[in-house]
Design a binder for this molecule. Structure first.
Ligand code: BES
Ligand code: MN
Ligand code: ZN
Length: 492
């Protein structure tokens, strides 16, 4: 999809297959709607005077015309004008993209963010619009012999009757960059487990390194990890023929020697549960157990597109969790890179095992902040469902910054608590730690487990078990959240 911009434009003076304009509550015409209406003999106001169209948020109607200027006008209800925000923008653009897809329009011009007077709301709505549009046209059909009919729409123009109150060129670029990162993340995650192996993840990272001068990639293989003493990670990949990989990406966006921000992602390319085998129903969805790693890769892609002036290091812990005669067994004790010993009481709690060594490893880059993201626990889905990701952190300030960033870009999170009482649930009879904390508060005890390996820096963990995919389709979350956090970080 091509996106473009037009500011200080009268809709009566442009040519486009479809022009979308806002109608506010009580049939109130927006500036763009009024200007267009004046130029086409009041077609819009005549329609509104007889139709059940009040302008409430999410309403829409296509008016076909023969004015020569455009073949259809899309009226979109935007609710109360002074209540328009990034969430309304999301609803409105989603609706508009659906309606436009019903037409044969190749070129659409949207005057839907017009009349925003606040800079922040303009910025958020602008980014949000691009994400929403690109989400609405996303599909993954690499493996269908007869692919779905391609969308006809080629060009979307975001248009304004005045000079908008924010840097729309910049916001468009940011929106496009984040959408690109989400696309990469979703494509990776939607790949089946027999294609998207740790090796495939490493190849994808390396190709990203070839595309951008600002990105470089190192891949640690199992011998390297053995030499580093990553016994926790290796206990997971051990049962599989697919070799595990620790993938390290560096993004250099500035020459300053500030400590980097680190992103860590769980990349279990398929989670059978191992010897603690999962039940069969919906096990196919465990191909999505690498969404943490995929979203970190997507975020690095977005940062490189935006050329954000920060330095990042990303560590993707990629492995396949399989049962076999070589697999780790319940009760096995392994030594992590940190030196802490772990009793693997359940081989299905494997995410924390690959992540704990990644968290120790990333310490060598002396990071200012470390954020890991993972489809870590079913308990997180029980706690928060599919709408909101969980944040756990050893720094309330960092948790706050992540929650704020998520709200800004509509990729929401909620903080869960951590304290010593929960950590105690991880006691083992034989080792320093067990890898499970019993039936209560599973998302929290998983966070507590990770916190034991993140004591040297400010750290937050984002559990995306409920948000990384929806039905059988990856969502690309939390690429927007991480990107927004880093945009904010870069501007401070
Ligand atoms: N990848 C799963 C978590 C998961 C389950 C994510 C369902 C999304 C949907 C993780 O590796 C896992 O199996 N966790 C166990 C931990 C338990 C054994 C302590 C779980 O949540 O059941
Ligand atoms: Mn598991
Ligand atoms: Zn898992």
């Amino acid at each position: 999809m091509n996106y473009s911009l037009l500011t200080s434009t009268n809709p009566a003076e442009i040519k486009s297959d479809c022009i979308a304009v806002s109608i506010f509550t009580n049939k109130q015409l927006s500036t763009a709607a009024r200007q267009l209406d004046n130029a086409i003999d009041g077609i819009i106001s005549k329609f509104l005077s007889i139709a059940d169209f009040s302008g409430k948020c999410g309403q829409s109607h296509l008016l076909y015309t023969n004015t020569g200027q455009c073949s259809c006008i899309l009226l979109v209800g935007c609710g109360k004008e002074n209540e328009f925000n990034q969430e309304t923008a999301c609803t409105v653009i989603k609706k508009a993209s659906k309606k436009i897809a019903e037409t044969s329009a190749k070129h659409a011009t949207l005057f839907l963010l017009d009349t925003l007077s606040e800079r922040i709301i303009c910025e958020q709505s602008m980014r949000q619009s691009i994400l929403t549009f690109s989400d609405s046209i996303y599909s993954f059909n690499k493996y269908k012999s007869t692919p779905k009919e391609e969308a006809k729409l080629e060009q979307v123009c975001m248009a304004f009757t005045t000079e908008p109150p924010c840097d729309v060129t910049k916001m468009l670029a940011e929106g496009k960059a984040i959408a690109k990162g989400m696309h990469l993340s979703r494509d990776l995650a939607n790949q089946p487990g027999n294609v998207c192996t740790p090796t495939f993840m490493a190849e994808t990272a390396q190709s990203l390194g070839r595309q951008y001068d600002s990105i470089s990639v190192d891949v640690l293989d199992e011998d390297d990890m053995q030499a580093l003493g990553m016994g926790a990670f290796l206990s997971v990949s051990k049962g599989s023929k697919e070799p595990g990989k620790m993938i390290v990406l560096h993004y250099k966006g500035t020459d300053n020697s500030n400590r980097p921000i680190a992103l860590v992602g769980k990349g279990v390319t398929f989670d059978t549960g191992g010897i603690s085998l999962k039940p069969g129903s919906n096990m196919d969805e465990m191909k999505f157990d690498m969404c943490g790693a995929a979203s970190v890769m997507g975020t690095i892609n977005a940062c490189a597109e935006m050329q954000l002036p920060i330095n990042l290091v990303a560590v993707l812990a990629t492995a396949e969790n399989m049962p076999s005669s070589q697999a780790t067994k319940p009760g096995d004790i392994v030594t992590s890179m940190s030196g802490k010993t772990i009793e693997v009481l359940n081989t299905d709690a494997e995410g924390r095992l690959v992540l704990c060594d990644a968290l120790t490893y990333v310490g060598r880059y002396n990071p200012e902040i470390v954020i890991d993201t993972a489809t870590l626990t079913g308990a997180c889905v029980v706690a928060l469902g599919h709408h909101i990701s969980a944040v756990l952190a050893n720094s309330d300030e960092l948790a706050r910054d992540l929650i704020d960033a998520g709200n800004e870009i509509n990729d929401k999170t909620w903080q869960l608590p951590m304290n010593e009482s929960y950590t105690k649930q991880l006691k083992s009879s034989f080792a320093d730690l067990g890898n499970i904390g019993g039936p209560g508060a599973g998302a929290i005890t998983a966070g507590c487990f990770l916190s034991k390996f993140a004591e040297d820096y400010e750290w937050a963990h984002i559990d995306i078990a409920g948000t990384a995919w929806k039905g059988k389709n990856a969502t690309g979350r939390p690429v927007p959240l991480l990107s927004q956090y880093l945009i904010n970080k870069a501007s401070n």
